[in-house]
Design a protein around this ligand. Sequence first.
Ligand SMILES: [Zn+2]
Ligand SMILES: [Zn+2]
Length: 390
Amino acid sequence: MPIVNRFSDLLPDITAWRRDFHQYPETLYDVHRTAGRVAELLTAFGVDEVVTGIGQTGVVGVIRGRNTASGKVIGLRADMDALPILETTGKPYASKEDGKMHACGHDGHTAMLLGAAYYLAETRNFDGTVVLVFQPAEEGGAGGKAMIDDGLMERFGIQQVFGMHNYPGLPVGEFAVRPGPFMASADVFEIVVEGRGGHAAWPHTTVDPVLVGAQVVTAAQSIVARSVDPLDAAVVSITQFHAGDTDNVIPPSAWLAGTVRTLRPDVRDFVEKRLGELVAATAAAFGARATLSYERNYPVVVNHPAETAFAGSVAAGIAGADRVETDAAPMMGAEDFSFMLEEKPGAFIFLGNGDSAKLHNPDYDFNDDAIPYGCSYWVKLVETAMPVRA
Ligand SMILES: [Zn+2]
Ligand SMILES: [Zn+2]
């Protein structure tokens, strides 16, 4: 079972949608034009229900199969938002919005799910219901969570959920997936160190927050190096350190900030706890006070085993088993599809984007040659999971 032939015919249309989204990138929840176009196309395809405004600007399309006796409901998710990056591809369809570009390929994800919607609404060769989820604000805005908080799963009765992302460096026509933790949690934190300011020539009359902050930076690195099991992945990066205004004054306080990435919920809990302990104890050791504000953003993308095996088998049916990596290495990037996998069983898979620039790079472009593979994956997933019985 190679790619679905119908997508050779549909490729010019799907490519045109993709390049149109590419020319008019929109960021975070401000995806009004893109969402409007998605809703318009879904309606034109004859999708049974099109609902807008879920999670602010998310769009949901519902397609019922030839029959729905199986009672199965599968959610397929694409993201619609772009990034605040100035595009340098020089492509004829390059961004017309200064300082915004589709540098993560969400234009391709949206177009591929639209292509699948066209085919599924046309053929209905399945027994059950497909819920097409087009979400805003994947890039840091937790748009997936906003849609869940708006009742996405209950309202449409979604039982299983699947996501897909393009992957530069993986050849076109190949897929990569793994059961269990696949992408990292991404949390952010701030540390305020309060000392006592004074004249830089009389340091003994002060409690120097710069020195204390430096100790905090060093101590924080002991978490990954000495407290987390070496076989578990974790990153603690302090990326900002601001204190003082001039050369002869010891400032009263210092402000630090950074990010924590982990691949397991228990490691995430541990790092947060340990960071708080180290910040407080390190400051106390120097006679200062320090507080940690820790904000949990995206959780770990944890693929469910049965759905991941299924996703891998569907991909193998399209690409050939030797072109599907089913035990791909986990990575420390983050994805808000993780919120959906916390709600329902499912799997997130990577689709080869070929030898392109990396994600979030101003030279990146989604590879239109991947469209038939991505669309075929979506429709074969539906037809295989919910076969029409004779
Ligand atoms: Zn991205
Ligand atoms: Zn992305």
